[in-house]
Design a protein around this ligand. Structure first.
Ligand code: SF4
Ligand code: SF4
Length: 82
């Protein structure tokens, strides 16, 4: 899963672009629900939130480093639950 760093300026670009609705407004900045973030696997070749973010504030969550298979499994579970 990805994580948004404190430098986020709340520009609102990423939130509507997330195919998993994993991005939400937190206390001060936008945040990512790691249970919903597939790093865009199943939808796009690259994380679309990073593509649209004007800054360099979205990184791999060091507490949720996941390999491709794990992320793909999360994607299939989310699709099933939808
Ligand atoms: Fe959403 Fe994709 Fe960004 Fe994860 S990487 S928060 S799924 S847009
Ligand atoms: Fe924050 Fe980047 Fe999302 Fe804008 S696109 S709200 S700066 S994380």
């Amino acid at each position: 899963a990805l994580k948004i760093l404190k430098g986020c300026i709340n520009c609102d670009m990423c939130e509507p672009e997330c195919p998993n609705k994993a991005i939400y407004m937190g206390d001060k900045i936008y945040e990512i629900n790691p249970d919903l973030c597939t790093e865009c696997i199943g939808f796009y070749d690259n994380p679309t939130c990073i593509s649209v973010c004007p800054l360099d504030v979205i990184i791999t969550d060091p507490e949720r480093v996941e390999d491709h298979d794990t992320l793909y499994e999360k994607f299939t579970e989310l699709v099933k639950a939808d």
